[in-house]
Ligand binder design. Structure first.
Ligand SMILES: Nc1ncnc2c1ncn2[C@@H]1O[C@H](COP(=O)(O)OP(=O)(O)OP(=O)(O)O)[C@@H](O)[C@H]1O
Length: 458
């Protein structure tokens, strides 16, 4: 059943909500703008009104039914009227689930008149697409307005196959968001493959992504499938895309543009049926301006952009994340921690979490192990260390000072000590993220792990 907009009459909006105040508010705001508004307190008889309406506004949590289920049923029956969901709830499942249908939008209560009018007008011009079934399996926590917007975008991303660029600081959840897109997309039964770009030495990057055939280079003893092949039919997630050197960007551009590639040593062009998601914590636009990142590649990979704000800008999420991580840690470790005392929670709320959700998660796990049962009374967090940059202290001067203060007999260990110190410091800074640190140092994750073994054996 195709829904045809009636252009000759006032637009008719059907509103279903069990709260009279919401019905009255929508009627007043839309009524004054010339819309005809029909209100219902439940979904009973809804289908009769749908035939004469141009737009449906429906509460997600109706008294006896879920608005999302109602719309799912309607879509199955062929009613593809545009829908605006109304909700008090901002959890990922609800928002993504509601955003998964074509021709839908979602508004958070309490409703705001300007936003209501804007979205109503936008939805009345909607182009209807086929519906994609929704999976409720994956869990990403967040009840803030900022995450609400992120979830809405995830819902949209699940409906198409566009290249997505996820941006945000380290540890904000770029990888979990990319998994969530995959898990809710039609590709969910196929593989989700991750390529942490900087974790691979750059001269092996192409081999890793496109694979190679036996004899392609010294050491290529057998054919090896690349990540593009391993992700066939599914999603390929390229993490830390901003770290890729300029000359490799051209190779990547050809792949992204044509969705095809050549394995190293092969002259056969392979087609790749993959959805591409990219992530970075760098400012790619600035890198483009500075000539460090190809503009054409930037536009290609960011057909859709999702920005995840740092945790310090969405502190409303902290409480929910804490409960979630405690429950997880209890289940994994077998502890019986029951929550967090008020003072300790205040300490968390006052902290700026430079390592974002990853830092919070690590902190919770560490504290749960120490606490074992009962409520968490305190967290071992230190006030943010401010980095002091001494501009007069040049690299050369620093080396001179180091040499002056190092006895000759210690010189043979100096390089190793500097390396170990640097790795330790960076691991602290990036909350133990080895791939990230390896990338920053331009070494492979294996090399970093070997150096770490050095740390622990010292
Ligand atoms: N909203 C969230 N809900 C639940 N867990 C989360 C959320 N955001 C992040 N996490 C957890 O925090 C950790 C870091 O997340 P993730 O690896 O996705 O961050 P990232 O932004 O990709 O980091 P990086 O830039 O360093 O690669 C993971 O263990 C992930 O499970």
């Amino acid at each position: 059943m195709v829904h045809i907009l009636n252009k000759d009459k006032n637009m008719r909006v059907l509103v279903v909500d069990d709260e009279c105040c919401v019905l009255n508010f929508v009627k007043k705001i839309l009524g004054t703008k010339g819309f005809e508004v029909i209100t219902l307190q439940s979904s009973k008889g809804l289908e009769d009104y749908l035939l004469i309406s141009d737009l449906l506004l429906i509460d997600i949590k109706l008294e006896d039914e879920n608005g999302i289920d109602v719309v799912e049923r309607l879509r199955t029956k062929g009613f593809n009227i545009p829908v605006i969901f109304l909700t008090d709830y901002t959890d990922a499942n609800t928002v993504i689930s509601a955003s998964r249908f074509s021709a839908t939008n979602i508004l958070k209560k309490p409703l705001n008149d300007e936003e209501l009018l804007r979205v109503v007008k936008e939805m009345l011009g909607y182009n209807l697409n086929p519906t994609i079934p929704y999976s409720r399996e994956y869990k990403v926590i967040g009840s803030s307005k900022a995450m609400f917007e992120v979830f809405k975008k995830i819902g949209l991303a699940c409906q198409n196959d566009l290249n997505v660029l996820i941006t945000g600081e380290t540890g904000v959840g770029k990888e979990v968001v990319s998994r969530l897109i995959h898990e809710n997309s039609p590709r969910k039964e196929k593989p989700f493959v991750i390529l942490h770009c900087p974790a691979i030495p750059w001269d092996l990057f192409e081999a890793e992504l496109f694979g190679y055939v036996k004899g392609a280079f010294t050491g290529a003893l057998v054919d090896k499938k690349g990540k593009a092949k391993l992700a066939e039919g599914g999603t390929l997630f390229l993490d830390e895309i901003g770290d890729i050197p300029y000359k490799l960007q051209a190779k990547l551009l050809a792949f992204v543009e044509r969705k095809s590639y050549f394995s190293l040593g092969s002259s056969k062009e392979e087609k790749a049926d993959v959805r591409l998601i990219f992530a970075t914590n760098r400012d790619l636009k600035k890198m483009v301006e500075e000539g460090k990142f190809r503009e054409d590649l930037y536009h290609r990979i960011s057909q859709m952009g999702i920005y995840i704000p740092p945790l310090r800008e969405r502190k409303e999420d902290i409480k929910q994340l804490v409960d979630y991580f405690i429950a997880f840690a209890n289940a994994e470790i077998g502890t019986m921690v029951e929550g967090v005392e008020e003072e300790a929670m205040k300490k968390l709320m006052d902290y700026s979490f430079p390592g974002n959700v990853r830092e919070l998660k690590n902190l919770i796990y560490k504290t749960v192990i120490e606490t074992k049962f009962g409520k968490i009374k305190d967290f071992d967090i230190h006030p943010e260390k401010t980095t002091v940059y001494n501009t007069t202290c040049s690299f050369d001067r620093f080396i001179d000072m180091l040499l002056d203060s190092t006895p000759e007999e210690d010189l043979p260990n100096l390089l190793e000590r500097i390396e170990v110190y640097l790795i330790k410091k960076l691991l602290e800074k990036y909350s133990g993220n080895k791939s990230k640190v390896a990338g920053l140092l331009g070494i492979s994750r294996n090399t970093l792990e070997n150096r770490l073994r050095g740390i622990f054996s010292n």
